[in-house]
Design a binder for this molecule. Structure first.
Ligand code: ZN
Length: 388
C-alpha cells in the first residue's frame, strides 16, 4: 500500500497543478490516475477532441448495481489581475484555513474524496462508488457531457445518486438555475453617416435586439414564472458584451454582442432563444435585406447547461439531508454540473465543503473544519452502501 495521504496532503498536490481552464489538466489527471492505481483501481480517461484535457471515470464495487457518484471538476478560474497574499498554486495554511486557487471551488472536495479511497477499498461494498472528475466546468460545463456519455455506456444501470461537491457549506442543495449563452453577429452595410439611408447600421440593429432582450428580462421580473428559493426567483436575461462600429461618421457595418439566459427548472433555452431569433427575423431582417442582400444576423451558442430541478425528493437527497442535518435543501444562484447528471436520469444533489463567497477571488480558502465535515459525510454515505 502507498503511504496514506490525508485531505490536506492531497489538496496540496491538486492545487499545485495550474488547471486554469485554458490549460491542460492532464498532469492532474495522471496524478489522480496513478494514485487510484496504487489502490488497484482502474480509471477511464475521456478526452477532448484535441487530446489536451481529460475527464476521469472510475468505479469500485459491484457495478451491476445502482451506486453513488462522487463528482467534481478539476479546472479552476484564472488568477489573472488578482492580488494574492501568497502563490495561488502553492497551498498555504493557518490554524483554520487552507489557502490556494481551487481550495473551495472545488479541489477541496476532490481531495476529500481521494483521501477516502483507502477507507473505501477496505469495505465490502453492496453498491458501487463511482468517481467522475471533469474538465472545463468553469467555461460552461463543456467537459462533462462526454464524461456522462461514457458513464452511460460503461454502467449497466443508472446510478442511484450523485453528489456534486461544489461549495455549499456542506448543506444539501437540490436546485440551481440553468444557463445558455449566445453570440450574435450583425452584418450591416457601411457608408458615410451623412447618407445613412443607404446603409444598414449594425450597431442600431444590435440595439434593437438588446432592447428586446432587456424587455424579456423586465417581463420575467414582473410576471415570472417564479420559483421560491432561487435568488432572484425568476429567469434573468443579460447582455454582457458588445463590440461594433469603427468611427462616428461611418455607418457601422458590423456589431457583435453576447447575451445569456439563466433558466429556472422546466424552462427551455431553445424556446427563449426562439423568441429573440423570431423577433429578429420578422421585425429586423426584411428591412435590412431591402437595402443590402448581404446584411445578416448570425447566432452562435457559446455554452449551455440545464437547470437542476427540484420535483420529488430522491433517496440520495433524503439521505444527504439526514446526514448533514439539512432541514430545508437550498437552491443555488450559480450553475453546476448537477443539471447535466440529472438530465441523464441520475438523482443529483450539490453538497460540498467551503463557501462560494470566497471562490473565484484572491486568497480563496477552505476551512479545515469543512473538509472534516465533508469527510465524515462521505464516510457515512459509504457506510450506507456497505455490507456491515
Ligand atoms: Zn465549481
Amino acid at each position: 500500500m502507498p503511504p496514506q495521504m490525508d485531505s490536506q496532503d492531497l489538496l496540496t498536490r491538486l492545487v499545485a497543478f495550474d488547471t486554469t481552464s485554458r490549460n491542460s489538466n492532464l498532469e492532474l489527471i495522471s496524478f489522480v490516475r496513478s494514485y487510484l492505481e496504487d489502490y488497484g483501481i482502474a480509471s477511464d480517461l475521456v478526452s477532448n477532441d484535441e487530446g489536451t484535457k481529460a475527464n476521469l471515470f472510475a468505479s469500485l464495487g459491484p457495478i451491476e448495481k445502482p451506486g453513488v457518484v462522487f463528482s467534481g471538476h478539476t479546472d479552476v478560474v484564472p488568477v489573472d489581475g488578482e492580488t494574492w497574499s501568497s502563490d495561488p498554486f502553492k497551498l498555504t495554511a493557518d490554524d483554520e484555513r487552507l489557502f490556494g486557487r481551487g481550495t473551495t471551488d472545488m479541489k477541496g472536495y476532490l481531495a476529500v474524496v481521494l483521501s477516502l479511497v483507502p477507507n473505501i477499498v477496505e469495505r465490502r461494498l453492496d453498491k458501487p462508488v463511482h468517481f467522475a472528475f471533469s474538465y472545463d466546468e468553469e467555461v460552461g460545463c463543456k467537459g462533462v457531457p462526454r464524461l456522462l456519455d461514457h458513464m452511460v455506456d460503461r454502467l449497466p444501470v443508472t446510478p442511484m445518486g450523485c453528489i456534486v461537491g461544489e461549495p455549499t457549506g456542506m448543506l444539501v442543495a437540490n436546485g440551481h438555475k440553468g444557463k445558455a449563452g449566445y453570440r450574435c453577429t450583425i452584418t450591416g452595410k457601411s457608408g458615410h453617416s451623412a447618407l445613412n439611408h443607404l446603409g444598414v447600421n449594425a450597431v442600431e440593429i444590435a440595439a434593437e435586439i438588446i432592447a428586446k432582450l432587456r424587455q424579456m428580462n423586465l417581463d420575467f421580473r414582473a410576471r415570472g414564472p417564479f420559483v421560491d428559493g432561487f435568488e432572484p426567483s425568476h429567469c434573468t436575461v443579460n447582455t454582457g458584451r458588445i463590440n461594433g462600429g469603427t468611427a462616428l461618421n461611418i455607418v457601422a457595418s458590423s456589431c457583435t454582442f453576447e447575451f445569456e439566459f439563466r433558466l429556472l427548472p422546466g424552462q427551455e433555452a431553445k424556446q427563449l432563444f426562439g423568441t429573440i431569433q423570431g423577433f429578429a427575423e420578422t421585425t429586423l431582417i426584411p428591412a435590412m435585406k431591402a437595402i443590402s442582400d448581404d446584411a445578416s444576423i448570425d447566432w452562435y451558442e457559446l455554452m449551455s447547461y440545464p437547470a437542476l430541478g427540484c420535483d420529488a425528493t430522491s433517496s440520495i437527497e433524503h439521505l444527504a439531508c439526514q446526514l448533514t442535518g439539512t432541514v430545508t435543501p437550498v437552491k443555488l444562484s450559480y450553475g453546476t454540473e448537477a443539471g447535466h447528471f440529472a438530465s441523464r436520469g441520475v438523482p443529483t444533489i450539490v453538497c460540498g465543503p467551503g463557501h462560494m463567497k470566497v471562490a473565484h477571488k484572491p486568497d480563496e480558502y477552505v476551512e479545515r473544519e469543512q473538509l472534516d465535515i465533508c469527510s465524515a459525510f462521505l464516510r457515512d454515505i459509504a457506510d450506507s452502501i456497505s455490507v456491515a
